[in-house]
Structures are given as structure tokens and as C-alpha cells.
Design a protein around this ligand. Sequence first.
Ligand code: FAD
Ligand code: NAD
Length: 466
Amino acid sequence: MKSYDVAVIGSGPGGYVAAIRCSQLGMKTAIIEKYNTLGGTCLNVGCIPSKALLDSSHHYEDAVRHFDEHGIEIPGEVKVNLEKMIARKQAVVDQTTSGIDFLMNKNKIDVYRGVGSFKDATHIIINGEEKEEIEAKKVIIATGSKPSSLPFIKIDKERIITSTEALNLKEIPKHLLVIGGGVIGLELGQVYKRLGSDVTVVEYMDRIIPTMDAGLSKELTKVLKKQKFALNVSHKVKSVDRKGDEVVVKADNKKGEEVEFKGDYCLVSVGRRPYTDGLNVEAAGVKLDDRGRIEVNSHLQTSASNIYAIGDVVKGAMLAHKASEEGVLVAEIIAGQKPHIDYNLIPGVVYTWPEVAFVGQTEEQLKEKGIVFKTGQFPMRALGRSRASMDLDGFIKILADEKTDEILGVHMIGARAADLIAEAVVAMEYRASAEDIARMSHAHPTFAEAIKEAALAATEDRALHI
Ligand code: FAD
Ligand code: NAD
């Protein structure tokens, strides 16, 4: 039986990053993955394929709707070849996942293929083509998450689908019903909207992206309505039935009236659940919490002292970069270091266009805590850069402490917000004030100028271009 300093179960952005860091720190490391390619949800059926389809569909939309304004004429009809688009997406995925094989090899990490299952706290049985057993002094559980659903919905993976199937459709839906107006519903909804589907979103809460700052939700609602999304908030879905090629969703609206939505596909995107099937955690003395997540302390240590857990399978935001930060943290803790993660400064992004991004606290959270703050907001349309590219929607908002001027939250919606948010993260990691950003030079013309302008607006209302 082979023995390791560390065995990592699951090769998503949590697991594979943890394995690399362990190896960098001189530990003999193994990684176990049950899927046939490495990279987990993120690389195979999450972040990477969804962004590949968002990019392709964005190009198509530009060609159909915006090229003309730019003086670019395309003789003949612009058509989508969905099969080719999906194949390109898969090529991107394949390239990216094989990059993880390369990284495992480079870092001398042993890769085991099969379902990892605890025999006890230091022994793992791998149920792959052959049954193998390995021993490890420390174990990192990084088994991630799976789509969740509602008790009365039967996901048939053909017409009533999750994000995994939505990334591999054989035809463009005529009418895509989306249950859940969160990140997945809006990103994948926008892919198919651009390709020509009607898209109807049915959301339980009173606004889309309900966990984010209400200002972002309001602006995104405005933009998506302009793009002809049908958004139905405050609707409680009570049944989803397939009749041949038709899917019928029934929901109760705010007034308690029954509303019926009909489409040819229904994407169920109501969140994800932690995944521990087959892991046999009980044998290792690892406890789960009341939501099925692996229970961990502030060092991400489970109830078994040599076993740690990271990423989607533990509490906190279900984000790839959060999982990776935790992977590094645990590797360094095992190596005897004292790393730290400030969870308040993990940014969030929605890759619709315009993109939505945020870091820190929302207005609602600050009000709830009784923190007195000031707000500086700057509209993207006031930038020369936005006019040049005709990306006029959105704004950047900075929330700063009324007394100290420390930046407490940055919320943005606009072109390239996913990349712009990094400036806010750096600023907040260094506990910058709004005045600090207001006094920094930002290249012209860039979308980033809106960050400086929002900071100027937050400090004595002195934005220069509105
Ligand atoms: P996962 O990536 O889920 O990996 C877990 C791995 O463990 C899997 O490969 C699984 O097969 C394996 N495994 C499970 N059990 C066992 C076992 N017993 N033995 C062996 N192997 C096992 N996040 C972002 O930050 N940005 C995005 O743009 C983004 N887009 C997304 C788009 C979609 C459509 C989806 C579904 C998710 C998206 N996410 C995004 C979320 C992101 O994918 C997850 O937060 C991230 O993958 C979590 O990483 P993880 O390592 O914890 O788990
Ligand atoms: P989500 O939590 O973002 O959205 C789920 C939505 O469904 C919420 O708005 C919720 O109010 C709604 N909902 C819940 N029950 C409902 C019901 N009965 N009827 C109608 N609506 C209902 O979850 P998701 O979009 O499924 O994404 C899952 C996870 O994947 C998220 O945690 C997210 O962080 C991650 N993800 C991240 C990205 C990104 O970072 N860009 C992209 C995709 C997914």
C-alpha cells in the first residue's frame, strides 16, 4: 500500500490547487478523482464551458445586432452552428483539463482515478477500474457540489435540465424557461437569449440576483428587460411537468394567483448542494452539518483532526476562487504556517453582459449592522471609453465609512466589471480609503476611470465628469 503525507479527494479548483501547494511545500501528495478528467465542476461543467458559450454567443449577438452600427456589413445571413459552437466549448474544456494533468505531473502528484471512500481516518479505498487502498497522514476533502432541485421536479436531463445539460444542448430552445434568477439562470439564460430563444425567468424572491446589492439587481433587471428577457419575480414554483416536447411550469404569484409558463426546455437553477455521496465520511469520524455540508472549524479542519475540507462541500460562497484560496490555506496550515483568508474580500461576478461584480458589504448589510456610510456612484455612460465601444449600461458604486472613509463595499455593473473588481479587492485588502483611490491615476480612456470617479463622488461629491 502506498503512503502519502496528504491525499486530496476531488480535483476541482479546490482540490487540485491544494495538491499543488502541498507538493510545493515538500509533502508527498496524492489526488483522487472519480470523473475521467481532472478539474472538477469548474473546468468540466461550470466556469470554463459557461464562459466559452457566453463568449461565442456574445460574438454572434454583436454580429447580428451591433456590427451594422460600427459600419461593418455582412453580406448574407449570419447563422449559428450550434454543434460547432458546442464543439469549440468542449475543445476549450479539454485543453484546460489536460493542463491540470500536466500540472499534476510537473508537481509529482500521484493521480488516482475512482471514487475515494474512507476506510478510516487515514486509509482511503479507491473504487476505480481496480480497487486500491492508500494511506495518508492528512486528508483534504474537496468533493464539491452538484445541482440541487425542488422535491417535486423530476430532472429528465432532456427537456427539464440542469446547467450540465444546458452546456450541451443539441438545438437552440424556442422558449427556455429558467427556474431561479441567480447566477446560473441568468448566465445560461443570456447564452440562449442571444442565440434566439425566448427566455422566461421564474424567481422566488422579489428580485433577481437577490443576495447581491439591490442597486445591482435593479440595474440588471432594467438591462435584461431591454434584452427582452421575461422576468417573473415573487413567483413560487409549484409544479414542473413535461408533456411531449413541452414543459409546463406552474407557479403562484405575489397575489397567490396561479400562473402558467410553457416552453420547450426548462433549466432548473435553484442552487447547488454539497456532494459527499460514496465518501463514507462516518468511517473517518467526519461530521456533516444540518445542510449536508462537511462541518469545519476556522482552520477548515473537520471533526477528525487529520482531515480538512474545502470549497463547495463546506460553508460559504460556492465559487472556484474561494475553493482555491481554501486549498492553499489548508496546505499551508498542514505545513505549519499561519495563513488567513478574509472571506469578506472574496469577490463575486455574474458574467452576463454587462457584467456584474462586487466585493465587500452591500448597502443592505451595512444598514442592518447600523454602520453609517457614504455612497459614490458613477454611471458608465459618462465615460469616453463606454461611448467608444457602445457599452453604456451600468454604474460603479463605492460604499465608504462615513467617518474614516475606509472602503466597505464596491458594487459594479458594466462592461468588463469582472476584471475591474480586482482593483477594488486590492484596495480593500490594503484597507484603502475612497480618497486613496480618488487620488490614483487611472489610464484614459478605460472603464476603470469609473472607479476613480465613483471614489471622487464618495469623497465630497467631486466626480469630474458628471
Ligand atoms: P468541484 O469543482 O465540484 O470538484 C469536486 C470534484 O470532486 C469533482 O471533480 C468530483 O467528480 C470529485 N469527487 C466528488 N466526490 C468524489 C469522491 N468520493 N472521490 C473522488 N472524486 C470525487 N465559480 C466561479 O468562481 N466563477 C464562475 O464563473 C463559475 N461559473 C460556474 C458555472 C456553472 C454552470 C456552475 C455549475 C458553477 C460555476 N461556478 C463558478 C462554481 C464553481 O464551479 C464551483 O464553486 C467550484 O467548482 C467548486 O470547486 P470545488 O473544488 O470545491 O469542487
Ligand atoms: P444561486 O443561488 O445563484 O441562484 C438560485 C436562485 O434560485 C436564487 O435567486 C433563488 O432565490 C432562486 N430560487 C430558489 N428556490 C426557488 C424556487 N423554489 N423557485 C424559484 N426560484 C428559486 O444558484 P445557481 O444560480 O444555481 O448557482 C449555484 C452556485 O454556483 C452559486 O452558488 C454560484 O455561486 C455558483 N456559480 C457561480 C458563477 C459565477 O461565479 N459567475 C456562475 C454560475 C454558478
